[in-house]
Design a binder for this molecule. Structure first.
Ligand SMILES: O=c1[nH]c(=O)c2[nH]c(=O)[nH]c2[nH]1
Length: 303
């Protein structure tokens, strides 16, 4: 047995370990019309792991390589939704190793669509559909299971029906009021389910639809208000969601001054700035929801 590391001043704190970003592509090929699932899976285990750190005793170490292999092996029989696959991984690791009491399983799902051809949508050729990513983080703490679903890089823009007026004016204010501006953002959102017996695909599709519909149809007085409207719409339609968090950049589009060229610019030509950008973040929560900090502890990038 290797040496034990002791210290008068240091002690092991919270820890978890696993394999990050296991790229998993699964093809269903039972018929000539194939289906593709493209996941990026990260598995992290928690439990009685102290001796690995303090004594160099690896008896309780489920190697990260074994965790990677488990992802591929469980995928052999089918994966289902990202939520279902993450829940299965959590169940597998906590029930197989009695010293593993919990963990964190995160999946990003990338979308592919069939390539359109003269003969219709192709059976086995796909094109990646944009940058949008569907996400899930499943965490287990003993018998408690938390599911936080989400999406990111859902880029949206509205070319009118957005204004920003009435903000504080003082020595530092140079921004002109805008009664008709472009509003653009990359929606990043995560929402916490209170149940696991859900049709996760159907709920995801509807949450996405509701957010897009609110963005499109509501007149915006600030990105903050638009964000809040999106969150309220989701909570009103989905009682199985306790809270939703957003982190959304305000992707500024500045009107270009064309007067040096003797031209007017009636909201036609813009400079799409990439930085700096406003960053608008908020949680919209059900009034009677029980807070669950364990579900959010490792979901970073939100307030
Ligand atoms: O929707 C906005 N919210 C702000 O807080 C803000 N601040 C700013 O300069 N532009 C905007 N736009």
């Amino acid at each position: 047995m290797p040496d034990t590391t002791t210290s008068d001043i240091a002690v092991l704190g919270e820890n978890q370990y696993g394999k990050a970003e296991v790229r998993l592509v699964r093809i269903e090929r039972e018929t000539p019309r194939h289906e593709i699932t493209d996941f990026n899976v990260s598995s992290q285990l928690r439990g009685d792991l102290d001796a690995i750190h303090t004594d160099g005793d690896n008896a309780h170490c489920v190697a990260t390589d074994s965790q990677k292999n488990t992802v591929y092996s469980l995928a052999r029989g089918g994966v289902g939704t990202p939520e279902e696959f993450a829940l299965r991984l959590g169940e597998h690791f906590t029930s197989t190793y009695d010293w593993i009491s919990g963990g964190r399983w995160e999946i990003e799902k990338y979308s592919w669509v069939r390539i359109p051809t003269g003969a219709g949508e192709h059976d086995h050729s796909f094109v990646k559909s944009g940058t949008e990513v569907r996400t899930v983080v499943v965490q287990r703490d003993g018998e408690d299971v938390f599911v936080v679903a989400g999406l990111q890089d859902l880029t949206v823009l509205k070319s009118t029906a957005s204004e920003f007026v009435g903000f504080t004016r003082d020595t530092y204010t140079t921004l002109a009021e805008a009664t008709d501006r472009i509003l653009a953002t990359d929606v990043k959102a995560r929402w916490r389910y209170t149940r696991t017996d859900l049709d996760f695909d159907a709920v995801f599709d509807d949450v996405r639809r509701l957010m897009l519909e609110q963005f499109a149809t509501q007149h915006s007085y600030a990105l903050q208000q638009t964000l809040y409207q999106m969150g309220v719409a989701v909570l009103e339609a989905h009682p199985e969601i306790a809270e939703i968090k957003f982190s959304m950049p305000n992707k500024h589009h500045f009107l270009v001054d064309l007067s040096p060229f003797g031209q007017d610019n009636p909201n036609v030509v813009f400079f799409a700035a990439d930085r700096p950008y406003g960053l608008i973040e908020a949680t919209v929560q059900r009034k009677d929801a029980t807070p669950e900090p364990r579900a959010w502890a490792t979901v970073t990038g939100f307030c």
